[in-house]
Design a protein around this ligand. Structure first.
Ligand code: ADP
Ligand code: MG
Length: 680
């Protein structure tokens, strides 16, 4: 048995852990011993050290001696139960959310001196302890400190602590995976020492310690190395190179009124080189909204088709598929046979399309994820293009690259600019091309913020714009958690606006039928309607050059990057465009800062960088929603140096084409998605 295998053994193999506890751990996504160790304590409560009321620190969990004086149990929902207490003659409250009165009376009996612990807060001039717990004495009359983990119901802290103790007793010491230079950087602390440390001391106090930093570095580099291994593997597969004349695209480019930007030309060249090489392309084309990625993708498609292959272009929504289909059909005319395939394509049509794909009669297939169902049988797929797929994880991308077969190149496009430290984190498995430059005819979008109560002014503004022949997007409040409510609010909003823009309002939301949606979009494109009311379904990729105003309601619900993307729906033509962000109430200082970033910049990369600093990286990229890569300890803002160090180290390993050696273990331990099995 390899030494690391101990850490991969199931939780249930630990003494004293039965079926029930295993299930509870499972809820926390803790499957094996490594998961459990990695699930570091949130905080350690020094219950043995009772503090004086003057030593309380807001936000900390502390223990204090007090005397409960009076119960307040308001019978109003959402109001917490409150117990007024005294500590050293000073007033302090204990508050309880979701606790029964009986329980509260039991742990806080009136007029008795007790010791409790809990999170310290401050409200209306008084300290308060939220959901306090009683500190109990052990049999020998002492008080033991408690490590609190973020536990699920039914899993007690003492069970947790005991389990960790057993593991520490039994675990083998792993052979070191880092080289001397890296180890030196962390003053030679070992993984074993470090992992023990985070279970015995509060993470907060370890922030600058070598122990924690080493673990953070391990987390980062394992992530980068996994991506790097995938990339190496993809590159090793030899493909049949594409053979085409790169100048044939000129004939089509001439159709446009504009010339390509320098960044577009550079992107085109990089992609062409990939296509012509014997190594498979696995490339990300990242460019801000409106930077003109579609044309680059279609030229790549053209070149691949000219060298005898089929191309599949996948997008996240039907609407976008249709638009790309129209765009490509206009561009290539009869020169290329193009077909649309989505989940909603009618049975008969689908049947013939599938047959034609199989017979190689269709060269360019544009559609949604329906393109990759089993029954789609490509004759000779040479390129897969995925548009607007910033929400794909490493695993999904890898599956995709496997799907096309060895001769198939992969181009992924994303309009979500991300900070530099994140590119390697998220797209380490790919080569990356950035388009930073916007087409020259673009005018900056003017961005305003307005209180909802000023809706009259906004309507007046819209009327003026419409009278000059422009069109308006009206994005309805995003209602988290409930799609149904989302749609409802959009319906109501369109009714409200109908009063002001009679017969000129169109409505789109996620649960409408495809035909209905398309009709509305067509009406908007053909200027039969002036205002398109929608939920965020318009967020991705759609191009309406005539729309130059976008109103976004409840704007504080969105991340900056998302707002920037929504805003990018306008300002695509050469008109002066406006984005109005609506808010329910006055903005907090932090919200003001964020909005100012949006107002002062139209550069998605810059916006994401600044937003990351303000909000932390998790929120910026919508990671939370997408379930994409999450670090447990590492933070690209706080640990930028470690990200850069890890990137350098991985590049060194790649360059020398060195075997990853002892890192193998690290990867085995950290491979959350278990994608490594078939790689190393
Ligand atoms: P995105 O990168 O967001 O997918 P699109 O490819 O949809 O952007 O392009 C947005 C708009 O800009 C389209 O109307 C497209 O025709 C136009 N466009 C593309 N490249 C240029 C260019 N070099 N100069 C001017 N307009 C361009
Ligand atoms: Mg696009």
């Amino acid at each position: 048995m390899q030494d690391y295998e101990y850490f991969l053994s199931k939780i249930s193999s630990i003494k004293g852990i039965g079926k029930k506890t295993t299930q509870l751990f499972l809820k926390k996504k803790i499957l094996n011993i490594f998961d459990l160790l990695w699930h570091a304590p949130i905080s350690k409560i020094e219950t043995s050290k009772t503090v004086n009321i003057d030593q309380l620190q807001i936000g900390k969990t502390q223990s204090i001696q007090l005397v409960p004086k009076k119960y307040n149990f308001p019978r109003i929902r959402n109001l917490p139960n409150r117990v007024n207490c005294l500590s050293s003659e000073k007033k302090i409250d204990c508050i309880f959310f979701n606790s029964f009165e009986g329980y509260i009376k039991k742990i806080l009996p009136l007029d008795q001196e007790i010791i409790i612990y809990g999170k310290v807060g401050f409200y209306k001039g008084k300290y308060q302890i939220t959901n306090p717990k009683l500190v109990s004495e052990t049999e020998d009359g002492n008080i033991k400190d408690i490590n609190t983990y973020s536990l699920t119901e039914g899993l007690t802290a003492s069970k947790y602590n005991k389990t960790i103790e057993i593991i520490f007793k039994n675990m083998p010491v792993l052979k070191e995976w880092h080289n001397a230079e890296i180890l030196n950087y962390f003053n030679n602390v070992s993984w074993d020492q470090s992992i023990r440390k985070i279970h015995s001391e509060e993470i907060e106090n370890l922030q600058n310690s070598d122990y924690l930093r080493r673990l953070i570095f391990d987390e980062i580099i394992s992530n980068f190395l996994i991506s790097s291994e995938i990339r190496k593997k993809i590159k090793k597969i030899k493909k049949k190179e594409k053979i085409f004349d790169p100048n044939i695209c000129q004939k089509y480019l001439k159709k446009f009124k504009f010339i390509l930007t320098n960044d577009q030309i550079k992107a085109m060249k990089e992609i062409n080189n990939d296509l012509k090489s014997k190594q498979r392309m696995f490339r990300l084309l990242q460019g801000d909204v409106g930077s003109g990625k579609t044309i680059i993708a279609l030229i790549a498609a053209l070149n691949v088709i000219k060298s005898g292959f089929q191309v599949a272009l996948m997008v996240p929504t039907e609407i976008l598929a249709k638009q790309h289909y129209n765009f490509a059909s206009d561009l290539f005319g009869k020169d290329i046979s193009i077909e649309l395939l989505t989940g909603k394509t009618e049975y008969k049509q689908k049947k013939s399309t599938l047959e034609n794909i199989k017979q190689n009669k269709i060269k360019l297939i544009i559609g949604t994820h329906a393109l990759f169902q089993k029954k789609v049988d490509y004759k000779n797929l040479g390129l897969i293009i995925i548009d607007e797929q910033h929400k794909f994880g490493v695993r999904q991308r890898k599956e995709l690259s496997d799907k096309g077969g060895n001769n198939c190149d992969v181009l992924v496009m994303s309009a979500t600019p991300i900070p530099r430290t994140m590119i390697m984190t998220i797209y380490g498995d790919m080569d990356v091309t950035l388009i930073k430059e916007k087409p020259k005819n673009r005018k900056a979008i003017t961005t305003y913020s307005k209180l909802e109560t000023k809706v009259d002014e906004i309507i007046k503004f819209c009327k003026k714009e419409i009278s000059s022949g422009n069109q308006i997007f009206w994005v309805c409040p995003l209602i988290e958690k409930s799609q149904k409510l989302d749609h409802q609010s959009a319906v109501e909003k369109s009714k409200f606006l109908e009063k002001y823009f009679k017969n000129k309002i169109g409505l789109i939301h996620g649960s409408m039928e495809k035909d209905e949606k398309n009709k509305v979009l067509d009406d908007f494109l053909n200027k039969k309607i002036d205002v398109l009311v929608s939920t965020t379904v318009i967020e991705v990729g759609i191009d309406f050059p005539n729309a130059n105003v976008i109103i976004i309601e409840n704007a504080n619900k969105y991340g900056l990057s998302q707002l920037h993307q929504l805003r990018g729906r306008v300002g695509r033509g050469d008109k002066q465009s406006t984005c109005i962000l609506m808010f329910k109430s006055n903005l907090s200082e932090n919200a003001k800062k964020r909005i100012n970033i949006l107002k002062s910049s139209n550069d998605g990369f810059e916006i994401s960088e600044q937003d990351m600093v303000l909000r932390g990286y998790g929120d910026v990229l919508g990671f939370k929603q997408s379930g994409l890569k999450k670090f447990k300890l590492a933070d690209p803002i706080l640990h930028k140096d470690l990200f850069i160090l890890a990137e350098k180290e991985v590049k060194k390993i790649e360059l020398k084409d060195k075997q990853i050696g002892e890192y193998y273990k690290l990867l085995k331990l950290y491979d959350r998605a278990s994608i490594l099995n078939d790689i190393i």
